[in-house]
Design a protein around this ligand. Structure first.
Ligand code: ADP
Ligand code: ADP
Length: 202
């Protein structure tokens, strides 16, 4: 079942020194439960594509349908996990996990339990009341992922989610996260310039 349809998307940036054709005529369908990795060199337009899917920028041409509805601007169907984890250093781990729901006014007992459960699944229970600086890079990325997952988006966008990690950790986390996303039936689009980051083993 199709979740996402990317139809003929092109994006040209206009700047003071001319124009940059960032992407041209991209077509891609993603089905429910698929995890798609898009690999390409720096500057080939990966972040541009994700920003368009997330509704953060408007394409010059084409349209994005999510569950057959055309997206217009930012929407709760899409969860975006950025390249750097952007954790709030003065909030505890569980407070960081709950921030998306808090913004939507949806924090309650059940969601709190859900947050605890997700932290448990990702091996972070004992860090619930810790602060981000007490965690390793890999653990921080997992928190960022949980924070995106807990709002239950139809589509998860991952922008080079492991690039800040050292090589060994990157491989381990990419596998681990791939396995969990697959098991939970999540639909995700990940972009990276590094083939070793592309989620495999799933
Ligand atoms: P990637 O994520 O693959 O590195 P980007 O989508 O960031 O690629 O960039 C694609 C091209 O568009 C690059 O040439 C980049 O310089 C240009 N670009 C990206 N964002 C902007 C912007 N806001 N204004 C002008 N040019 C941009
Ligand atoms: P990761 O693959 O998540 O980066 P690490 O090699 O950094 O893993 O950490 C391995 C284990 O060491 C973690 O599961 C955690 O229990 C523990 N650990 C790592 N960093 C810290 C820390 N700053 N404080 C306490 N325990 C830590």
């Amino acid at each position: 079942k199709k979740i996402v349809e990317i139809k003929n998307i092109s994006m040209t940036y206009h700047t003071l020194d001319g124009e940059t054709k960032a992407i041209k005529d991209i077509n891609l369908n993603i089905n429910k439960g698929e995890i798609v990795s898009l690999v390409g060199p720096s500057g080939c337009g990966k972040s541009t594509l994700l920003s368009i899917i997330a509704g953060l920028i408007e394409p010059t041409k084409g349209e994005i349908l999510i569950k057959e509805k055309k997206i217009k601007g930012p929407n709760k169907e899409v969860g975006y996990m950025f390249q750097r984890d952007h954790l709030f250093e003065w909030r505890t781990i569980i407070e960081n996990v709950l921030i998306g729901l808090e913004i939507q006014g949806r924090v309650n007992e059940k969601q709190y339990k859900n947050a605890e459960n997700l932290l448990d699944i990702y091996g972070l229970s004992e860090f619930k009341e810790s602060f981000p600086r007490q965690l390793s890079g890999g653990m921080r990325q997992r928190v960022a992922l949980i924070r995106t997952l807990i709002v239950e988006p139809d589509l998860l966008l991952l922008d080079e989610p492991f690039s800040a990690l050292d090589y060994q950790t990157r491989l381990a986390i990419a596998d681990e996260i791939g396995i969990i996303l697959k098991k939970e039936g999540k639909t995700a689009l990940m972009v990276t310039h590094d083939i070793s980051e592309a989620i495999s083993n799933i």
